[in-house]
Design a protein around this ligand. Structure first.
Ligand code: GAR
Length: 194
C-alpha cells in the first residue's frame, strides 16, 4: 500500500478528490495533507476527511525538516495539488521521481514562477487562446519543468471569462488527476521515466 502525502496551499478540492478516490482501494492511502497556509480551506477538508494535516513555514520547507516528518510517516509518494511554493532540492533528492504536480495549463505554456491558479486563466483569456488544459508532471528543481506525464485539453471560447476557464480546468482535473496517479502507482513511477 502506497502512502501518499498531498501538499496544497488553497481550497484543496483536488486534494479532497484524491483522498476520496483512494479510500476504498487497496493501492494507496493519503496519510498526510501539508500546507504552508494556516488559513487554507484544505485544512477544513482534511478534518472532515479525517486525514492528518500539518502546517509548515517556508523556512521549515527549505531546511529539510519536512523530509524527516514524511519519512517518519512512511510516505512514499508526494502529490502537489495547488501548492504555491517551490520544492527544494532536499525534498526532491529524498523522493526521486516520486513527486508530481498538476498545473492548470498546457505546459510549457503559462508555467513558471507566479503562474498559479487564476493568474494562469487570466493570461490565457488575455492572450485570446483557443484552448487550454491541464498538465500532470514530475517535479524537479525548476518551476513546472519536470517530465510531462499527462495532458488534457479544453476549448476556450471568445466569450469565456477567466472564471469559465477555471471551471473547465477544474473539471478536467477532477476527471483525470486521481486516475493518472493510480496508473502511475500501478506502473511504478520510476518505470515511467525509462
Ligand atoms: C488547481 O487548478 C491546480 O491546477 C492549480 O491550483 C488549483 C488548486 O485548486 N495549481 C497551480 O496553479 C500550480 N501552479 P484546488 O485547491 O481546489 O485543488
Amino acid at each position: 500500500m502506497y502512502k501518499i502525502a498531498i501538499f496544497a496551499s488553497g481550497s484543496g478540492s483536488n486534494a479532497e478528490n484524491i483522498v476520496t478516490y483512494f479510500k476504498d482501494k487497496n493501492l494507496a492511502e493519503v496519510v498526510l495533507i501539508l500546507t504552508n497556509k494556516a488559513d487554507a480551506f484544505v485544512l477544513e477538508r482534511a478534518k472532515k476527511l479525517a486525514v492528518e494535516s500539518v502546517v509548515f513555514s517556508s523556512e521549515q520547507l527549505k531546511s529539510g525538516e519536512l523530509v524527516d516528518l514524511l519519512k517518519d510517516k512512511g510516505v512514499d509518494f508526494i502529490v502537489l495539488a495547488g501548492f504555491l511554493l517551490k520544492i527544494p532540492k532536499n525534498l526532491i533528492d529524498a523522493f526521486p521521481n516520486k513527486i508530481i504536480n498538476i498545473h492548470p495549463a498546457l505546459l510549457p505554456k503559462y508555467g513558471g514562477k507566479g503562474m498559479y491558479g487564476d493568474t494562469v486563466h487570466k493570461a490565457v483569456v488575455a492572450n485570446c487562446e483557443k484552448e487550454s488544459g491541464i498538465t500532470i508532471h514530475f517535479v524537479n528543481e525548476h518551476y513546472d519543468e519536470g517530465a510531462i506525464i499527462f495532458q488534457a485539453k479544453c476549448s476556450v471560447n471568445e466569450s469565456d471569462t477567466y472564471e469559465d476557464v477555471a471551471r473547465k480546468i477544474h473539471q478536467l482535473e477532477y476527471e483525470h488527476f486521481s486516475r493518472v496517479i493510480e496508473e502511475l502507482l500501478l506502473e511504478k513511477p520510476e518505470d515511467k521515466l525509462k
